[in-house]
Design a protein around this ligand. Sequence first.
Ligand SMILES: [Zn+2]
Ligand SMILES: [Zn+2]
Length: 120
Amino acid sequence: MRIPKKYGQSKVNNCPFCGKQSITQNEQGIPVCVEHNTTSLNDCKCMCGDYLDLRQGKFGPYFTCMNCGNLNFNKGLELNPDATNLKISQPEATEPKKKQSQFKFTPTETVVTSDELDFM
Ligand SMILES: [Zn+2]
Ligand SMILES: [Zn+2]
């Protein structure tokens, strides 16, 4: 079942990372699915260029900007499509209890060339 995104909605029901129904919250208090309960939202910026602050309200998370005031959570995500982009590697630090599995690709294949043997 897929619920189409409705703008202007104050309640957040879907995982912003994949669109599935959220049944839990991540460490930022954002409703997410089980798969993404350790995924954090990247930094979000307001349309004025300032960073948005993530807050928790009665109806769920919302953003607030020092210059512009409160901003709807979905609207904030709309302005920051990269914030939910899982392909972007998040910078380390800031939150020590970040538990994200990272796969490291270490090439084990060694390319052996016999060129230098023939060099005489
Ligand atoms: Zn998800
Ligand atoms: Zn602003």
